[in-house]
Design a protein around this ligand. Structure first.
Ligand SMILES: *Cc1c(COP(=O)(O)O)cnc(C)c1O
Length: 414
């Protein structure tokens, strides 16, 4: 119902484009390709966002929550021992230290507060790895709102600890059976539920993708990462970094940190996608690296699809990057060449995970480990004086079981 193949949609595109003018457009990407019933709801959301995001009270409330609830600002940490392995100066933006263990809380606090200001009493959300579900369940408890989390059954199995944590926070977890039981299917069901429950329900979307206004809203609530990192870089290092690297799933942590540096033309910007292989065809699953332009979940973007325009399922070692589309702004940054997009493979990701554990005592999320893995591959190509900031989007506690599955370790292992 909400996902359409790229071919045969031209009429529909031009019709809706006329209605929606240039709302939520990043170049030709993004937009508003949704069923009629969702249009007034998304417009209500857009209006509310523009009314409140600069409102003095809203800004003050959110600043307090970022500081006292989430633990912002997150540190910019010089990873000295890891730097020796890469051959340049590596700083980690420690989003892993935030409450909940990832950058996701920045967005859920922002949208949760918006929901409250809008007078909504119920929240729904989709989740893949469970990180966004958990971050939503947390703020559902915080704001006293009835919370439902849609999660694919495959992901529920892969991330049972996060499911348990969501339930502890009082959320209801709804298992989604359709498709491959992953993030794409959870989003379809959440959107379907929303269309039937729009009056009291706020859909708290998890990444900087989907229909307008979500890419704009989610980016806004993730911009503290980039603002802080830029200021910290000037304070701690005395200059801007030469390069900023972040992993890309839907694109929220990446657009958050990139936003701080996009106007600094000398800063190289790199997004790292999951190169885990697709089950059906053996093609690489990296959306920006290997995708073609199409429409999924209400937005035009690079999409993984086959010759017939069927959307591919992705398969990566980390469920958090397991999404066959990507945020529209990243598509534009790719086309204009302002940012580069590359892929990291599962094996090198697991190597990078282990290395950061062993030389820094920091367990990175497998998602974040993609950024570390690509950087490690640049060894020998980088000037030792180069400064690189890697956005450490989350901590790896949730992934210990998956790592153990792929790299069984006995306790005497040296
Ligand atoms: C969800 C998640 C991601 C991927 O989502 P983006 O929207 O691309 O940031 C990356 N890292 C961690 C730790 C996550 O939980």
């Amino acid at each position: 119902m909400f996902s359409m193949p790229a071919s045969g949609i031209e009429n529909q595109i031009s019709r809706i484009e006329e209605n929606m003018k240039h709302k939520g457009r990043f170049g030709d990407y993004g937009g508003f390709y949704v069923p009629e019933v969702l249009i007034p709801v998304l417009e209500e959301l857009e209006e509310a966002f523009y009314r409140f995001y600069q409102d003095e009270q809203f800004v003050a409330d959110l600043a307090r929550l970022y500081k006292d609830y989430a633990g912002r600002p997150s540190p910019l940490y010089y990873a000295g021992r890891f730097s020796e392995h890469v051959g340049c100066k590596v700083y980690l933006k420690r989003e892993d230290l935030l409450h909940g263990g990832a950058h996701k809380v920045n967005n859920t606090l922002g949208q949760g507060l918006l929901a409250k200001y809008m007078g909504k009493t119920k929240i729904i959300a989709e989740t893949g790895a469970g990180q966004h579900g958990l971050a939503t369940a947390m703020i559902g408890a915080l704001f006293g709102m009835d919370t439902k989390i849609f999660m694919g059954v495959t992901d529920i199995e892969r991330q049972s600890v996060n499911v348990h944590k969501m339930k502890l926070c009082g959320a209801e977890v709804i298992g989604v059976e359709g498709g491959s039981g992953t993030l794409k299917d959870a989003i379809n069901d959440a959107l379907r539920y929303w269309t039937a429950n729009v009056t009291d329900t706020f859909y708290l979307f998890g990444s900087a993708c989907g229909p307008h206004p979500y890419p704009t809203i989610v980016k806004h609530f993730q911009t503290p990462i980039g603002k802080e990192a830029r200021r910290q870089s000037l304070d701690i290092i005395g200059r801007l970094p030469d390069m900023v690297v972040a992993c890309v799933g839907g694109g929220s942590n990446a657009i958050g940190i990139f936003s701080g540096f996009v106007d600094d033309k000398d800063v190289r910007i790199v997004g790292v996608e999951a190169g885990g292989r697709s089950v059906s065809s053996g093609l690489h699953a990296a959306t920006l690296v290997a995708g073609k332009v199409g429409i999924l979940h209400g937005a035009k973007a690079y999409l993984l699809q086959d010759e017939e325009g069927q959307v591919h399922d992705t398969e990566s070692v980390s469920a958090g990057l397991d999404y066959p589309s990507v945020g529209p702004e990243h598509c534009l940054l790719k086309d204009t060449g302002r940012a580069e997009y590359v892929a990291a493979e599962d094996e090198e990701v697991l190597d990078a995970f282990s290395l950061l554990c062993r030389c820094e005592g920091i367990l990175p999320a497998l998602e974040s480990s993609h950024a570390l893995a690509w950087l490690l591959r640049q060894k020998g190509k980088l000037d030792p004086e180069q400064v690189v900031i890697v956005n450490l989007s989350g901590r790896g506690d949730k992934d210990v079981g998956i790592v153990e599955e792929h790299r069984p370790m006995n306790v005497d292992d040296k």
